[in-house]
Design a protein around this ligand. Structure first.
Ligand code: ATP
Ligand code: MG
Length: 231
């Protein structure tokens, strides 16, 4: 099963310095007293994978996610980062079964299956490029695939945020494309937060239906249809 192997946090919320949290395949329980940082660990996943706004991570703005012990150094910039390492060994096996590796537009054009699929939707080059990108999660040795997000807060309070896939600078759109291949979506319920269960119980039938659409992957297509109608 595709799973998160470890999370490494540097100066994220209550995690001062660098901590590496290993997660096991299947089921890992993290227990601890109130306020000890259990939910902060989930917030760090949301932060690193670009799945939530700062409010979704219980902070007014991104710099509030930096460990407060770091603010004792007023003249220098502070850095906070989170790295999430996935084990994609199973993803590699299943995606190789399904489709050949394709890395250029030429290869895609010479592949009758792929061009036919792209042609059905839209014959433009962009569509083919998008299709090619989505085949291309670059898995490292031991099936590892890692995402890092680094936040640098300047003494003036301004900040920069950068994403890296396997250490290579990437855009949030590229990251979201790769994550979508793994069925991880910003609107999805891959991460169920404290209070989510209670809110699901108190939802009406329509709202609950939206969750099922999301889990079944139908909602992603609805969004694409709506987007296409707008343009
Ligand atoms: P509960 O069992 O009550 O849900 P929890 O283990 O989930 O607790 P968290 O919500 O993860 O606890 O952690 C809350 C703690 O994180 C608080 O003590 C808060 O002070 C601390 N915290 C939040 N942001 C920062 C920050 N930027 N710097 C340092 N500490 C922070
Ligand atoms: Mg909590």
């Amino acid at each position: 099963m595709v799973h998160v192997k470890s999370v490494e946090l540097t100066n994220f919320k209550s995690f001062s310095g660098t901590s590496r949290v290993p997660l096991l395949e299947g089921f890992t329980v993290i227990s601890g007293p109130n306020g000890s940082g259990k939910s902060n660990l989930l917030d760090s996943l949301l932060f690193c994978l670009g799945l939530a706004s700062s409010k979704g991570m219980r902070a007014d703005r991104l710099p509030d996610l930096v460990n407060t012990n770091q603010s004792g150094k007023p003249r220098s910039a502070v850095e906070m980062s989170v790295t999430v390492t996935f084990d994609l060994s199973d993803y590699v096996t299943s995606s190789l079964d399904k489709s050949p590796k394709i890395s250029t537009v030429e290869e895609a054009e010479n592949n009758p299956n792929l061009v036919r699929i792209a042609g059905e939707i839209d014959n433009s080059k962009e569509t083919k490029n998008e299709k090619i990108r989505s085949e291309k999660i670059q898995v490292q040795k031991d099936g590892e695939w890692s995402v890092t997000r680094r936040l640098r807060v300047n003494p003036q309070g301004t900040y920069t945020s950068n994403y890296y896939i396997n250490g290579i600078s990437s855009t949030l759109t590229e990251l979201h494309q790769d994550l979508a291949d793994l069925h991880i979506y910003p609107e999805g319920y891959n991460i169920v937060l404290q209070g989510d269960v209670t809110s699901i119980i108190s939802m009406n039938a329509n709202e609950r239906r939206e969750i099922i659409d999301e889990l079944a992957g139908v909602a992603a297509f609805d969004r694409k249809i709506n987007q296409a109608r707008k343009t």
